[in-house]
Design a protein around this ligand. Structure first.
Ligand code: ABU
Length: 498
């Protein structure tokens, strides 16, 4: 860089402002291209080609202090060499969890889809922001096409929607939208003068409902949690009772959030019966189908969401069961009269000029609470184009068939396999508080051992009075029956001394 500066200064036309030479670019594109090419080669060899290799580790566990040293996290005054940077890329890959590994069963996402991955490479390289047609013509049209198709699967004749960062955000959007329909003046006047608003959701709902209520100024005490049955489904009669209770208290019920695919048990609320209650009381029905929405693609399993067409809004995350890549989440709204835009728009004149030379209805960014927004619909679109609806359907059917391959405490309704492992020392113990207290300690020990060995990953949790149990989530098309058998054998092996 020093030599370049000297050469530049010697040239007659060198222009300096505040001591900075302005001639020519300051970036070495050739070196940059070479770096990207070599980094891509590492990604190909270390991530993509190893994605379905069960002889590889799922994770290379290191304690935080050790990992900090390995990674050399310090950012210095001068940049690192090309080779050092490539080594850093290798290190990052080595010590990251391989979520595409067939034995990664830890979260509500897993596996690799090559088409959505290629789509992500394209969007990362193009770096668009999806707010106006002028900067994102292709991605805005793609988003419109994907939303239209998702709406068809929900069963609405028309609708609207927006992709956003996560199911939690979709739920927050829906809560705010329901409140806006209930009292549109809130947008200008704010919260003062509102009655005590109350919403209803099941005790198995996602924790984002509480967060949204707190963030939006509704208050977590005004979220009424409705009892569920033994499978984790909302009991409609309990909902009816709670709506009546809220009315008697003089508060203003405005929203019911049903869950299609609960986080831990994978349960589906009875949407038709809940929709009857919402209709009777004039309540907005939101369905959090972030996890379970993808069952709509399967002719065999779409009955799980029977009645979803009666919802006012739906959250659906194709990044979970369908492998569209994090994050790919849509909030879909039945209203097509502009409710979404009216609720969220701020009409920034510098971005959404109304006198542009093209149809400004394609500048859909003002429907969003974000300004900059990623083109998340594109990865879902390219994958859908590649696999077709039947390919997506096959994925859902296969994941659910694999889940049913294991007999569990609760025969899984979706792809969540929940089970206790009873180790040898507890097998002859009498049922009682001591048994449950000891069983509670088993899953964390096995989890630690599997992580340190790197052989597989699945989650555990205590849940609604039940001591720690495992939750294995089956998603990836790379998972085979052999992996399911391996998991059980591996637990047995890891826990043989317990
Ligand atoms: N809503 C994200 C759920 C995370 C998980 O349980 O895997």
């Amino acid at each position: 860089a020093g030599n370049c500066k000297q050469e530049m200064l010697q040239k007659k036309n060198a222009v300096l402002v505040d001591g900075v030479i302005l001639n020519g670019p300051i970036m070495d594109s050739k070196a940059g291209e070479k770096f990207v090419e070599e980094a891509c080669k590492i990604i190909m060899e270390e991530v993509i080609q190893k994605a379905d290799d069960v002889t590889e580790k799922v994770c290379e566990w290191r304690a935080p202090e050790t990992l900090k040293q390995i990674l050399d996290l310090e950012m210095r005054d001068t940049g690192e060499s090309h080779q050092k940077l490539l080594q850093l890329c290798r290190d990052v890959i080595q010590y990251s969890v391989k979520t595409s590994h067939p034995r990664f069963f830890n979260q509500l996402y897993a596996g690799i889809d090559y088409y959505s991955l290629a789509a992500r490479f394209i969007t990362e390289a193009l770096n668009p922001s999806v707010y106006t047609y002028e900067v994102s013509p292709v991605f805005l049209l793609v988003e419109e096409a994907v939303i239209k198709k998702m709406i068809e699967f929900i069963g609405w004749e028309e609708g609207d929607g927006i992709f956003n960062p996560g199911g939690s955000v979709s739920n927050m959007y829906a809560m705010n939208l329901a409140r806006y329909r209930f009292c549109p003046e809130i947008k200008e006047k704010g919260l003062s003068g509102l009655p005590r608003l109350v919403l209803f959701t099941s005790e198995e709902c996602h924790y984002s409902m509480k967060k949204a209520a707190s963030f939006l100024g509704i208050g977590t005490e005004n979220v009424y949690f409705i009892k569920t049955d033994e499978r984790g489904k909302m009991i409609p009669e309990e909902l009816e009772k709670q709506v009546q209770r809220a009315r008697k208290e003089g508060s203003a019920p405005f929203l019911v959030c049903a869950t299609a695919g609960t986080t831990v048990l994978g349960a589906f609320d009875p949407l038709d019966k809940i929709a009857d209650i919402c209709e009777k009381h004039g309540l907005w029905l939101h369905v959090d189908a972030s996890w379970g929405g993808s069952a709509l693609i399967s002719r065999k399993h779409c009955r799980l969401l029977h009645g979803i067409h009666r919802a006012d809004s739906v959250a659906w995350n194709p990044h979970k069961m369908l492998l569209a890549g994090i994050q790919c989440c849509a909030l879909l709204v039945k209203d097509n009269s502009g409710l979404l835009k009216n609720c969220y728009s701020a009409k920034a004149a510098y971005l959404f000029q109304q006198d542009k030379f093209y149809d400004v209805s394609y500048d859909t960014g003002d429907k969003s609470i974000q300004c900059s927004r990623r083109p998340d619909a594109f990865k879902f679109w390219l994958m859908w184009k590649a696999l077709g609806t039947t390919g997506l359907e096959e994925r859902v059917n296969r994941a659910l068939a694999l889940a049913r391959y294991c007999l569990t405490i609760l025969n899984p309704e979706y792809a969540n396999i929940c089970f206790w492992y009873i180790p040898p020392s507890l097998r002859k113990m009498e049922d009682g508080p001591e048994f449950w207290q000891k069983l509670h300690q088993v899953a964390p020990i096995i989890k630690e051992r599997m992580m340190k060995k790197g052989s597989m990953m699945l989650g555990y949790q205590p849940h609604r009075g039940k001591v720690n149990f495992f939750r294995q989530v089956v998603i990836s098309p790379q998972v085979s029956r052999e992996d399911m058998d391996f998991l059980l054998d591996e637990i047995e092996l890891l826990a043989k001394d317990l």
